[in-house]
Design a protein around this ligand. Sequence first.
Ligand code: PGA
Length: 253
Amino acid sequence: MDKIYIAGNWKMNMTFQAADDFFSQLADYLNSNRSKNVEALIFPPFTYLELATDTAEETSLSIGAQNVSEHDNGAYTGEISGDMLSSMNVEFCLVGHSERRQYFKEDNALLNKKIKKLRNFFIKPILCVGESLAEREAGKAHEVVQKQLENCLEGIEIDDDLCIAYEPVWAIGTGRTASPQQAQEIHNMIRNWIAEKYDKQTAENLPILYGGSVKPSNLAELMAQPDINGGLIGGASLDIDSYIEMLNIALKI
Ligand code: PGA
């Protein structure tokens, strides 16, 4: 797989005006720097999805949501359904980001339901997995990630529409990045797990993104690893200059 994903997860950041400025600068950039090998992808808050999908219509940008409800629709105040996302032309959706697991108590069984909902609406799930510092220090990183994969993907047919993001919890927003070797080791384990569970071709086509303090200065080294197909980037994706710098770095890989 040759494509590199530069996926910006804005989390709960940006105002409407800041998002509007970001997208108009990004549209100018994308319209004058076309590449089939770099996928620019942004996960804005729900409130800016329309701005984002308008930009995506005029450019090569892809758009994802940060979360989806496990329910179809109805009396679930504050929730957003797969149907709603699909009607906004949202192409991707994060599932099981560690912040949702930690602060909103989302567990693997719930995430499994969310993935199933997204697939009903042909939205591509990006399943986030990753171990805590205590789990890594106890030598349990592989075990934890495998259990997350097993439980979240139970009963789900894997095809080219699935992405995985490996995000060690201890590296998110901490400035502490996994070394390229540490990340590659887990990415390779994930690919082998998918190959065993499904088939080799599916595993080879599966985009596996790395997340956790990715920034312009460490992107190239991480992307040089054979099983890392892109970055899921929080803090460094909020600034347009930094985001464009990462797109430029990816273009040269
Ligand atoms: P970070 O966040 O790049 O700010 O560490 C990554 C993520 O949580 O997706």
